[in-house]
Design a protein. Structure first.
Length: 426
């Protein structure tokens, strides 16, 4: 089925600015509370939020086989379970409804009043109920930088890294939407030179610039997903800030890997941009440095050219862009990650979230964490309005943004914005 929603020549009757992340070619999916305190599934064109529950009740999706309450839900999980064919039909239909040549909703003021909202009338929610969350470690630059700092510059990559998309299982309970602040965590850490740990606030709170993909029900227990099918089970992507406490991490991570240094919070952007919408921005992955096993070999282009950036905004001051990276730098792509994840028969469900791992590029200004940008604190980053940062300080806001651009069409993710609050006190 063609993705007519991606037609770059389509214009919409909704007012949009030229630089919007959400032109009619995007049509992301999210969940929001309306001005009447009703929770609904919606989409967005420019700065207009669209209530898909209301549109469906008014009959605009009558020619698509959907249950009556599919959009009247507090998460996208059931809609995602309907599968790729349905997502595509619905996106194509939304593009058609908002096409500048389609008068049906455009000229129906009563319908428009119940369907359309300005952004200040809605409150975005988590778009999916995340059952399971996995975080990969798939940027070779990031793995090399961290291996160089913490272990051995001559053997920065561990022997398995070029063979396996390395990952760990995280906690879904602390995945939060953009706008929700995070408290600085406390925990155990080993001061430099000490032999016994101390307890206290983390002094090395960091962001990790990542993207995460959201899956549909992919397989039953015991059944691996072949790599040529893997992308059929990916609904879409969000920006992902995987908050990290480096001092807690350094003390706890041997031998089982990340635990409390990582599971206190991970923040996501609220609009899921579909894999269909990203189709025009496919690009080649980095060339593998070693041959990969047959089950991880693929045909075609499976990476996506998504420009990413991170800013730090101290309280009351202007923001400073501290990193510019790109999703295409990932050594292991999403199809390889999902295939590897299920090669042992591990079941993947609707609403599962898979983090890419920190997306560092090849140059020092493209690193995806303060750990790397400030090189363990040895090279503080200058801020626009004075001062500098080695890691994130109390009341700083971290903002991540991402967008693709090609042939005059820009598809973006909006932003994930999170303020770091001081340690929680009762
Ligand atoms: Mn991470």
């Amino acid at each position: 089925m063609p993705i007519t929603a991606n037609n770059p020549n389509r214009k919409t009757w909704i007012e949009t600015s030229a630089q919007t992340d959400f032109p009619i070619q995007n049509i992301p999916f999210g969940v929001f509370l309306t001005r009447d305190d009703i929770i609904t599934i919606g989409t967005r064109i420019g700065d207009t939020a669209i209530d898909l529950g209301a549109l469906h009740q008014l009959g605009y999706f009558n020619d698509i086989p959907l249950t009556d309450d599919i959009f009247l839900q507090d998460s996208l999980n059931d809609f995602i379970s309907d599968g790729k064919k349905t997502w595509r039909l619905v996106r194509n239909k939304i593009a058609d409804i908002f096409d500048s040549n389609n008068a049906s909703l455009r000229d129906n003021e009563e319908h428009r009043k119940v369907v359309l909202f300005s952004l200040d009338e809605i409150e975005m929610q988590l778009p999916v109920q995340v059952g399971d969350y996995t975080d990969f470690y798939s940027s070779i630059e990031h793995a090399t930088n961290v291996g160089t700092m913490f272990r051995d510059p001559d053997n920065a990559l561990l022997p398995n890294w070029l063979h396996i998309p390395v990952a760990y299982h995280g906690r879904s309970s602390s995945i939060i939407p953009s706008g929700i602040p995070v408290h600085r965590p406390q925990g155990q850490k080993l001061p430099n030179g000490a032999t016994e740990p101390i307890f206290g606030p983390s002094r090395l709170v960091d962001f990790e610039l990542e993207m995460a993909f959201i899956t549909t029900d992919a397989n039953h227990i015991g059944e691996p997903i072949p790599i040529e099918e893997a992308e059929d089970y990916i609904f879409g992507l969000v920006l992902f800030n995987d908050w990290s406490a480096r001092d807690i991490q350094k003390w706890e991570y041997v031998p089982l890997g990340p635990f409390l240094a990582k599971n206190f919070a991970s923040s996501i952007s609220c609009w899921i941009v579909t894999l269909d919408a990203l189709e025009p921005y496919r690009t080649a992955s980095p060339k593998p440095l070693k041959p990969v096993m047959p089950y991880l070999q693929y045909e075609g282009e499976k990476s996506f050219d998504i420009n990413l950036e991170v800013s730090i905004k101290p309280e009351g001051k202007a923001e400073t862009t501290v990193s510019k990276s790109n999703f295409k730098h990932m050594y292991w792509n999403m199809a390889q990650q999902l295939t590897h994840h299920t090669i042992n028969g591990c079941p993947v469900n609707s609403g599962d979230m898979m983090g890419s791992g920190t997306i560092s590029g090849p140059t020092p200004d493209s690193y995806g964490s303060m750990l790397e940008l400030s090189w363990r604190g040895e090279r503080p980053i200058r801020l626009e309005e004075g001062g500098d940062r080695k890691f994130i300080e109390d009341n700083d806001t971290v903002i991540m943004r991402g967008h693709c651009e090609k042939d005059g069409v820009r598809i973006g993710f909006g932003e994930v914005t999170t303020k770091l609050l001081p340690v929680f006190k009762k």
